[in-house]
Structure formats: C-alpha cells, structure tokens
Design a protein around this ligand. Structure first.
Ligand code: SF4
Length: 342
C-alpha cells in the first residue's frame, strides 16, 4: 500500500474532528453537508446542517418544499445560489431516480449543482468509490506534499492536482482518505504557519524538504487592473482669493460618499452636465493624471472651467479651497486639484 495513504488514514482515525456529517453514509446528507461547506466555515455549518436535515430529512421532503422554505433554512449561510442548485439537483434525483442519489459517477455529475468535487465527495464517502476530490484544502496539501509549483487555477496545476489525488484514492476506505486530506489541510497544513511537526506525512513532504512550505501553493496571478479613461473638470467660480471650486458627491464623484470634482467617462461637457453645472469650459485639457485603484487604473484628462454656476444641494457644493482640508475628498480629486492654481 502507498505509505502516504496509510499514514493519512491512521492519522485520520486518531485525529479527525467529530463532525455530524461524519456519522452518516447517506448520500443525500453528505450532499447537503458538502454544499453547505463550500465557502462556509465548519462551525457555522453545523447548526444549519442539523436544522436543514430535521426539516428536510429525505430527498423527497426537500423536493416537495417550496423554494422559499428552502431558502429560509439557508438564511444566514449566504451564497443562495448553492441552495437553489441543491434544491434543483434533489428534485431531479426524485423525478429521475426515485429519490436515490445515483451511484454512477456520470449520472451524479450530470445533476444540477454537482461538480467534480461534490460528485467525488458523495461517491467516495457514501458509496466507497475510488473517486478523488480536490478543494482548497486538498490543493494546499498536495501542492506542498508533491512540490507543485505552478499557479493555482492554471490548467496544468489543476490537472496535476487531480492526478495526484487520483493516485492516492485507490484502496480501502477511499472516503476516509479523501476526508483525511481535507482534514489535514483544515487543521494542520494551514495556509499560514502549518504545523509540520504534527503532520503525519512530514517525512514525505517535498516542500518541507526543500524549505518551500511558505511559498506553496503558488497563488493564482492577480488580474491586471482594468484601464479606464475619464474626464474631470475643475469647475470654479470667482477670482483670486474668492475663487471656489464645485464638488459633487455620490455617483458622479465616482467614489460614493466622498466629494470629488465632476467626472465622466465621456466628454468634459458631459461631466459638467451630469453634475448639473453650467460653465465656461476651456477647450484643451491642462493635465493628464494616472491613478490606480484596486481593480482599475484610471487615466484622467483634467479640464478647467470658469464662471461655473449651479444650485447648492446636499450632493453638489461650492467649496473654498481652504475648506477642503476638513471634508471627505477622494485622493484622486486631491491629486486633480493639485494641478490647478486655486
Ligand atoms: Fe503541510 Fe507541513 Fe505536512 Fe508538508 S509537512 S504536508 S507543509 S503540514
């Protein structure tokens, strides 16, 4: 037998947490638990799982329920799409398979809401099938154990992870083996500061041997920020020391809740119009500013407009430059205003 496999099983038998869904082989209950556990912490899921199965103890009970009743038992868990898909999947099990979750892997994976992971969890735990599973916890364990150094999410990485998981799962108690991998990721092989000294497979771990534990798994590359071109207008009224500038709040200011100069993705005149201002617009931009937000890189052409007038409202006001220090102004607007002689 694969020595890693045996160590994982022995460790799981000794150390696994006692969780309610580990007392059942009912494929429906395991399905419910797996769907709830996606994106939600174990401690949060436990009471929901218990209440859900009390109210909907069988596939038939869930299939007959109205969607509102199902969602109300999900209320607080979030990601309601999961609940709708579970409901749809279970209805199909009742209508197509007489209420029996299919043992056949292909049939299981054809059900709404069941991907490769959920199918594998149900197959291995409920039906003792040698079907692998790969989730976030398993990814971390396998990437470290086998020193997989390509980014998470890349197709080569995904393929390799499923292959490694697929090599470990064959043999006795495939469901326990899969749960051991998940449990190790959840309790020992943590993202930060894994407890390698308590790990049953530390002697087999390639990342530990190469001092690369902290570097693995390699995170998925961040999406480059989206480029957005904007036009901003410094609209002023008055001259000399009496010169003031119009700022707007809310949608037009791009940064909800903060004051900003009128801005638009279109022309400068449009920015003024959207802000409800009339002004003498200087036809040429006088500055070009780059500004990076979390997901956007802004390129802002800055125009000037004078003799600007409009009415004062809660979301549109004329500010004297000295008053700006005490109000919430977006950092982009501060940058823009710094280009003008106010
Ligand atoms: Fe994870 Fe450390 Fe165990 Fe390797 S030795 S699998 S890094 S806990």
């Amino acid at each position: 037998m694969n020595p890693i496999r045996q160590k994982l099983l022995d460790w799981y038998d000794e150390s696994a947490r006692d969780l309610p869904w580990r007392h059942t082989r009912d494929p429906y209950a395991i399905w419910v638990s797996e769907v709830m556990l996606q994106q939600t912490r174990v401690d949060t899921v436990i009471p929901y799982y218990q209440r859900f199965l009390e109210r909907f103890p069988t596939p038939e009970a869930l299939a007959e329920a109205e969607e509102d009743a199902v969602l109300s038992h999900w209320s607080g868990l979030g990601y309601y799409r999961r609940a709708r898909l579970l409901h749809a999947g279970v209805r199909e099990v009742v209508s197509q398979y007489g209420g029996e979750v299919p043992e056949d892997e292909e049939a299981r994976r054809a059900l709404p809401g069941i991907g490769r992971y959920t199918a594998g969890a149900i197959g291995s735990i409920a039906f003792d099938k040698e079907e692998p599973i790969v989730d976030g916890n398993v990814t971390r364990v396998l990437a470290r154990l086998f020193r997989i150094d390509t980014p998470v999410g890349a197709s080569t990485t995904t393929k390799r992870l499923w292959e490694e998981a697929g090599r470990l799962v064959p043999g006795e108690r495939p469901g326990a083996l899969n749960q051991a991998l998940m449990e190790l990721g959840a309790t020992v092989c943590a993202p930060k500061q894994p407890r390698c000294e308590a790990c049953p497979v530390s002697r087999d771990c390639a990342a530990l041997a190469h001092g690369e534990v902290a570097a693995l798994p390699v995170p998925r590359p961040r999406k480059p920020p989206r480029q957005v071109k904007l036009t901003a207008v410094i609209a002023t009224r008055g001259r000399g020391t009496k010169k003031s500038v119009w700022l707007v709040k809310g949608k037009q200011a791009l940064f909800g809740g903060l004051w900003g100069v009128p801005m638009s993705e279109g022309e400068a005149q449009g920015a003024l119009r959207e802000a409800g201002l009339r002004a003498r617009l200087h036809p040429e931009p006088h500055a070009l500013i780059e500004h990076t937000l979390t997901h956007r890189r802004l390129q802002v052409e800055v125009f000037r407009a004078s003799a600007a007038h409009g009415s004062d409202t809660p979301s549109r006001r004329l500010f004297h430059p000295e008053a700006l220090a005490g109000v919430g102004v977006s950092s982009l607007t501060r940058k823009i205003l710094s280009t003008a002689d106010l």
